[in-house]
Design a protein around this ligand. Sequence first.
Ligand SMILES: Cc1cc2nc3c(=O)[nH]c(=O)nc-3n(C[C@H](O)[C@H](O)[C@H](O)COP(=O)(O)OP(=O)(O)OC[C@H]3O[C@@H](n4cnc5c(N)ncnc54)[C@H](O)[C@@H]3O)c2cc1C
Length: 601
Amino acid sequence: MAQYVNLRNLKFLLYEVFGIESLTKYEHFKDHNRESFDMILDTAKQIADNLLYPTFREMDVQEPQLENGVVNVHPTIKKYLKAMGDAGMIGATYDYEAGGGQVPASVYSLASFILSAANNGASMFTGLSSGAARLIISFGNQELKDKYVPKMLSGEWQGTMALTEPQAGSSLSDITSSAKPLEDGSYLIKGQKVFISAGEHNQAENIIHLLLARIEGAPAGVKGISLFVVPKFREENGQFVNNDVAAGSIYHKMGQKSTPAMHLMIGDNSNCKGYLVGEANQGLKYMFQMMNEARLGVGLVGASIATNAYYASLQYAQERPQGRRLDEKDQKTTPQTKIINHPDVRRMLLFQKAVAEGSLSLLLECARYADLIEVTEGEERENYSLLLDILTPIAKTFPAEYGIKSVSEAMQVFGGYGYCEDFPIEQLYRDIRIASIYEGTTAIQSQDLLGRKLTMKNGAAAMALMQEVSKTLQEASTHEELKKYVELLQKELGRMQQVMQRLLGFAMKQEFELFLADANLFMEMASLIVISWQWLKQATVAKVQILTKNPQGEELAFYESKIHAMKFFFAYELPKTKWLATRLMDDEVLTLAQEQKEIIV
Ligand SMILES: Cc1cc2nc3c(=O)[nH]c(=O)nc-3n(C[C@H](O)[C@H](O)[C@H](O)COP(=O)(O)OP(=O)(O)OC[C@H]3O[C@@H](n4cnc5c(N)ncnc54)[C@H](O)[C@@H]3O)c2cc1C
């Protein structure tokens, strides 16, 4: 079986960089230890090796089909749901009383990363169930919890997030699905939902939609949206009856074909019942819990696909002979060299390593903050919340946007073969493209970062982040070899400050178009700096390990490769901030819509 993850790297991040074992000192995680963490990763690897990786290609070719109202997905999905349910993996992070295992999010996210690297589309089925069940646990009443959560955690029932409507994609405030109160306390739901992942399929006994709709008479906009549990089959007098959620059509997607994306017709026969979760009109606020989790989940998907493609192209580059080295004097008679010896191929491989491992490091940082939010209180907890808030849009966007570039480079390493179906790269390339679109497009994430996260609580999140980066700079500066990179990052932080001052000036003057017009460029600049921070952190740990543990052979090479990848990212990627800053500081704005004339077409 080809390599699709490197457990050594996962454990380096988990234990050496982020010291996740230290979480076990808190009451909430006290039943865990390194052995139990390793066991969770091993379980994920086993399920991935046995069920997901072997069917990755097949699930793409045997795309789900809608026949007579039912969507047939690959039969392995049923086995996968059961295996994950039996292993307690779907609700692993939940509290014991909710049926979970109180596993740290840090460990769980690496388990999800392994599953997704093996078969990114298939792993979505359990990710969706996990997020949907958690919404019920967090905000639902006891009846909802008892009725739905156990079966979702066992893998018998599928969970979904049903937000998007034809006219309400990025703009969820325009949702029109309606909910009319009924005498029995439930609601009559009517509307259409589009692109609902796993929204219908034949490998789960029931499908539980966590659906946003407006109760009749609710205020317009986001303040009038409520959250409902809408099952495919509802229970009535001990019987399960059809709940009038029909599969209108299935989308034929470019990638991630294993997971059906459904157009759902809800309540066409005026017989769809929904059950209110929490309070009326609080739905979007509740849904943000699942959306924020899902954003980090999409980041993980991006990082995991890029990782799979990186190892595939690395192996290919080590085996493929082509051409001779640039410094080979005898170009005619010397045998061909392996393409990994060409500097340009090495550049593409280093780029992929830097993107994949840099992204994963940031995602794990976020998961660690989520764990610390769980176990701390007061100011400390507030600080971790701010950090998670500000980093979430970056942790969704960088692995998606740079992941796409990274898989493109993997394809380039394969040459013509990468473009053909003989190798999985073309599938990975199609699969990863969605990551910058769903769960809030890059534009929406960028506006969230610049327009909301930077300004909230008078810039408290940005300050908290600066303090975290400063800690890394301080630690790195004690090593001569790293001092140059400390200075480079410090310079970039200064540049960022200037850009922020200028952009926030527009916000103060209420010139919101000028403020947010190039939010995507700001996102890229911020991401490059944040990922550089993560790389400096990894390199510092690697440096300390080399100095204190005297590693040899493969271990030494592993640590050295970390320092080298950090240098690569600082040399090849971080300087892009200069161009981005030039653009962001420029007075001339070329993208604003003109009322009087249309200049694009
Ligand atoms: C494969 C797949 C799976 C999905 N799974 C789910 C799911 O399980 N559940 C669910 O509810 N939804 C799901 N979605 C929907 C997904 O979240 C939306 O497609 C996404 O939010 C974008 O909405 P849209 O497609 O309507 O595009 P639009 O919102 O119309 O956006 C089109 C373009 O305009 C830009 N744009 C829109 N508004 C703004 C703005 N205010 N400022 C700047 N630019 C803007 C966007 O960035 C984008 O480039 C899925 C989609 C796909 C394709």
